[in-house]
Design a protein around this ligand. Structure first.
Ligand SMILES: [Zn+2]
Length: 224
């Protein structure tokens, strides 16, 4: 649960308006997050003051003003992006994609597969009809697209807004980590081949990230 959502719900928590489920989720987050705890105690003070006024039967206008001011304050509160980033969905999805791509690499090492491709292309009359570059581009596409799609399905379930933009970002960060690893693993091949395959990996990572997040968000809107 993000701090943004928590901050909006703190007032509801103080008012006792949360359901049992929401309530326990909230408490779990507050336990882990000192930023939200600080917000909470600030608001609690305001809330206590309001209770004191309650005895003197304050007008509902005063209460509304306090609530509005508190909400404004919360909306303007600055949470530095790096403090929430390690727990963010984007971070988890990129990490998952890197993990899956390492598993795929262990099962299908780049150099072994390229060597296999070389012998296939050289020996098979069928593959000889395809341009060699296209085959390596498609191979790279798979290395980029498969892990990020699996990770997207596993970890990005909570992304609700801007699925295309966030998918593109996740794909770009993933590719930025994977490409250097790929290049280091394949020093023995010609530069053109590595370049085409890297291009395939980048294309696969970007399209896999945006595609998966877009489809997930589409399925969620249709389901609800
Ligand atoms: Zn928080």
């Amino acid at each position: 649960m993000s701090c943004e959502i928590i901050k909006n719900d703190i007032l509801s928590l103080l008012a006792g308006e949360l359901t049992g489920d929401e309530h326990s989720r909230m408490l779990r987050h507050l336990e882990a997050c000192s930023l939200c705890r600080t917000e909470m105690s600030e608001l609690e003070k305001t809330w206590m003051n309001m209770d004191r006024w309650e005895i003197e039967k304050p007008s509902s206008a005063i209460k509304a003003n306090v609530m509005a001011a508190a909400k404004d304050e919360l909306a303007g509160a600055h949470v530095p992006w790096w403090s929430t980033f390690p727990r963010s969905v984007i971070f988890q999805t990129v990490l998952g994609a890197l993990g899956f791509s390492m598993i795929i690499y262990l099962i299908f090492p780049y150099d072994k597969i390229i060597n296999l491709c070389e012998t296939l292309i050289l020996k098979s009359a069928f593959f000889a009809y395809f341009p060699k570059g296209l085959i390596y581009f498609l191979l790279g596409l798979l290395y980029g697209m498969v892990p990020i799609s699996i990770s997207g399905i596993c970890f990005s379930g909570r992304i609700e807004d801007n699925p295309l933009f966030k998918g593109l970002g996740i794909g770009a960060i993933f590719a930025a980590f994977l490409i250097p690893f790929f290049i280091v693993q394949c020093p023995q091949f010609e530069a053109g081949l590595i370049f085409i395959m890297a291009l395939g990996i980048i294309t696969g990572a970007l399209s896999g990230g945006t595609g998966t997040l877009y489809l997930l968000s589409k399925m969620r809107t249709e389901a609800s």
